[in-house]
Design a protein around this ligand. Sequence first.
Ligand code: CP
Length: 320
Amino acid sequence: MKQFISSHDVSNIPALIDQALAYKASPRKDEQLGKHKRIGCLFLNPSMRTRLSTQVAAQQLGMEAIVFNVGSEGWALEFEDGAIMNGTTVEHVKDAAPIMGQYFDVLAIRTFPSLKDREADYSEFIIRQFIKYAGIPVLSLESATLHPLQSLTDLITIKEKMNADQSISRKPKVVLTWAPHVKPLPQCVANSFAQWVNAWGHAEFVITHPKGYELHDAYTNGASIIYNQEEALKNADFIYVKNWSAYEPYGTMPEFEGDWMLTLEKLKDTNNAKVMHCLPVRRNIELSDEILDSPHSIVTHQAANRVWAAQAVISNMICK
Ligand code: CP
């Protein structure tokens, strides 16, 4: 695997899920695979789960993981080819990335969208500049429009819970529901979850959000879009809660009607639904205490599974 920035980089999603679950069953089974190899983890933006789970995963493969918080500790990077660098940027990605390509075997990058320039964000300009100049495999730790390690984790978690709950013999009903937030957030987790669930093809998939929060149909094609949250949640087995800002007008927070925060009352017509969130979560804004502190919530289990997703992907990037 030469890059991992979307579901399109994976030829067999069920096999990758099984590989991750095999690592969960036997975390050190490939501890020689990464011997004498290094992964560089570049963070242009903050992280907790992605940063720690990627380091743990790499170490379990016998690799050395080096973290560089570029956004807060590195030189300000320039990404525009041909730029006259007379402003605040100090080093061009064209110079920095090939050096990292010499230090590491895999380059992992987190880079959030601007939420101002939709064309640049949706072209994945920054991570593609690293791919262009690094000369080694590039792994997304969340980019402008997608968060593939999170989405792989989410499918692993659904598959694992399905295996444990023999009462669901049909395709599970998975509902992605929009939730409120105090500030505009990227669309990447929602885009990515939709892309991966659709590519996986093993769920009845519904997306619910207020009018004005439509995601790009490149990701949602295959899902049913239902604007009425109560109707969408009926018979749900899994509910994925996430806020995102509008695609059009880009990065805005259009007014919406109704109360979109999930509560226990809203779960009454579900199939005893399990509730997921990528975290971090703003309690009692995006998701209520009563859900997060109830047996419905599987967010900790989900976050723990980040290790196995990262381990499966990194192993495919370093194997011959
Ligand atoms: N879900 C997730 O990516 O968490 P972090 O931002 O803490 O890495």
